[in-house]
Design a protein around this ligand. Sequence first.
Ligand code: MN
Ligand code: MN
Length: 456
Amino acid sequence: MTEELKNKLLYKAKNAYDTASAEEINAFACGYKNFMDSSKTEREAVAFAKKAAEEKGFKPFDRTVTLKAGDKVYYVNRDKSIVLAVIGSEAVENGANIVVAHVDSPRLDLKQRPLYEDGGLAYFKTHYYGGIKKYQWTAMPLALHGTVIKADGEKINISLGDSADEAAFYISDLMPHIAKDQIDKPLGSAISGEGLNIIVGSVPCNEESNPIKLAVLQALYEKYGITEKDFITAELSAVPADNARDIGFDRGMIAAYGHDDRICAYPSMCALFEDDMPKRTCICIFADKEEIGSYGVTGMSSAAYKNFLLDICVLSGANFSAFCENSVCLSADVGGAYDACYGDAYDAKNSAYVNKGVVVTKYTGARGKSGSSDASAELVAKITGVLDREGVAWQTGEYGKVDQGGAGTVATEIALLNIDVIDVGVPILSMHSPYELASKADIFAMYKAAKAFFTL
Ligand code: MN
Ligand code: MN
């Protein structure tokens, strides 16, 4: 057989390093790390995106102003999700190219009555948010992020513990010396949900009962003016305190909290900002609540997004049904990268690999594709076609072995609108851990993929 014929017959995924220079990849990674360090919650990611959009000339969406080609608008949904849109030169009725990512990540939310004292320490009780391996969240520094609405309506944003000169927080674990009972338990139950209690204070005040709890409350009152009752209306989360770090002698990867899924949001946003007058209308939706099922008014199943798209149509004189039918969407969410240390969980022939670019995932779901929107052959061809045309490194990949588990994405919510949708995202390692790992070359590939998609 000739080399030529052999190359024609066999498929080989590109390496992301063959599609971009190290300078481009590293420069983009710097911007990404900056975004990550200031976006540890969905609220913070939305605030970052809003500011970046304003700097690029985006205006707040106004339902009373007619839209025309080249208009750039943003719509913030309750400070927890954001939609950015650039109206294209073609008729809006021809459909939009939409990228949806989510900006919430697994974390430990405080319960509504979190503060208590026990055994000489003050603690916050938590209820974890999203799918975590609980044992990973102990014995490490945690930061506290969130919003408190005081009785007088004043809103206080709290962000404490990320920088080395600030106090951080901590969940203890049992010392191995006396952990026989714990160590004999399965990994999933060795640390319980009710066991994820955060140490928040140790210094007593001059009181007989609950002297440490009262001292913590006094400190909170002096710093923020909040009382124990204010926790009831608060939304506070403990997140890993560490910032994004380069990994490896070659610094080719980034470890960070919450790659899933800000690692797709940031590159898509950067790609959207590049073209002031795209042919087709281009939209980024950064949704909340994906990690707990996309429910709630800020989750992708909320009518907020459908209504926004409908408003875009009304304000540009387009038919909404035609718009949806002609639109195409990337459900931009992370994929699980093949992990050689846990190779047994994967089908190595159908896994995504680090440095091979974005993962195009035809279907997600679990146990027989259940819960998947399963993109059509036509759509897979259309998307991989544009990625090839624009020289983007891409690969295919399933989560793991059949019947080993699986995952869902917002693709199903998009499909409800009769919009063609396919999952495309960055492959990552240690997904849903406090410190996830991704390749800089793949992050840059995501940016190139979004850019290519917007030219579709
Ligand atoms: Mn995700
Ligand atoms: Mn996730």
